[in-house]
Design a protein around this ligand. Structure first.
Ligand code: SD4
Length: 339
């Protein structure tokens, strides 16, 4: 990540924090090309949904930091599976896919769920079949890199993993696992940490105040097959309401999805909080229960104000995010100190 940040710093304009202007694109992490793709979509007359879809799709194609799209975060079987969502803040429609296999363009499939069904979310093999029927190409999401991550993990006795209260002891052995007779409530196994991050979450707001938000991720490396995180869950991974604004989150989805941080942030803005304060409130709510959770959130309102917040933990004291608006001209890298 450090190298990425340095490179992005040198390629982007640093913007004085929080200058409000519309239209606006804001996204998690220094994924500059994704911001540019979304901004380009708006500039060429596309809708905010087009912007979010194009921005997230760019990350899926570029494998942003290995945490979005194909070839990243292999699960316990070595397979890459994708989660994504998109939300229309005008209509409150959502399209989402989770545990999507063999299809690279997860956010595109999410949009198809929204626009070509009356459902909100499709999962697993059936989501892949739906995607194929909608014209998306099925292909192997495995790469040499993901194969290598997987084989190194197997060689290292499947460490780390996300199992607890099973035998053989998951802190020393691979599965298959069986439930242990007793469940130790206090047994804390590993949660996602600063090394398993970088989901793209994006908000786009046009001049007229139309809001869309979305996410795309390949989740967590070595996750239990079938695991779905916060990213495709409306209100958790992202939320949009054109009468207020939008929010999008990144981090330990297993913890964060219990608090619907994106929904909370939007509701805080509805109640009058500025975006930075709304973002902080969403993080604080989680902190109360999980002081050491890894996570961050971006928030923006329909006046073009925006902000971000993150939970300070070892190895994560600054969160980088991207903004494009008429003040920046090109994508600008911003940061916020975690608290
Ligand atoms: C997940 N929230 O699947 C995603 C991962 C992530 O930054 O955001 N990492 O839990």
């Amino acid at each position: 990540m450090c190298l990425v940040v340095v490179v992005v710093y040198s390629l982007t304009l640093l913007l004085p924090l929080g200058q409000a202007s519309l239209p606006l694109v804001i996204n998690t992490w220094p994924f500059k090309d994704a911001t540019g793709a979304a901004w380009g979509a708006l500039q060429s007359g596309g809708s905010v949904l087009d912007a979010v879809e194009k921005g997230c799709a760019r990350c899926e194609a570029d494998q942003c930091d290995g945490s979005v799209g194909y070839g990243g975060s292999p699960d316990e079987n070595g397979e890459t599976t994708l989660d994504a969502m998109i939300m229309n803040g005008d209509t409150m429609e959502v399209g989402a896919v989770a545990d999507l296999r063999r299809i690279k363009n997860a956010v595109g499939v999410a949009r198809a769920v929204m626009e070509r069904t009356t459902h909100t979310m499709l999962v697993g093999e059936s989501a892949s079949l739906f995607a194929e029927n909608m014209g998306f190409t099925a292909e192997d999401l495995t790469t040499n890199k993901s194969l290598n991550i997987f084989s190194e993990w197997l060689k290292g006795n499947c460490q780390p993993n996300y199992r607890k209260n099973v035998f053989p002891d998951p802190s020393a052995h691979c599965g298959p696992y069986k439930p242990r007779a007793t469940v130790r409530d206090k047994q804390m196994r590993r949660h996602a940490n600063v090394n398993s991050h970088d989901t793209i979450g994006m908000i786009a707001i046009d001049q007229a105040g139309h809001v869309a938000a979305g996410t795309s991720t390949n989740g967590l490396t070595h996750k239990v097959p079938g695991r779905v995180g916060d990213s495709p869950i409306a209100g958790a991974g992202a939320y949009a309401d054109s009468s207020v604004g939008g929010a999008a989150a990144t981090g330990d989805g297993d913890v964060m999805m219990r608090f619907l941080p994106s929904y909370l942030a939007v509701e805080q803005m509805r109640a009058g909080a500025d975006p930075s304060t709304a973002c902080k409130t969403a993080i604080s709510r989680i902190k109360r229960h999980y002081a050491d959770f890894f996570g961050a959130i971006i928030c923006a309102n329909t006046t073009g104000h925006y902000g971000a917040a993150c939970n300070k933990v070892a190895g994560f004291s600054t969160f980088f995010y991207m903004v494009s608006n008429p003040e920046t001209d090109k994508p600008a890298l911003l940061s916020v100190d975690c608290f």
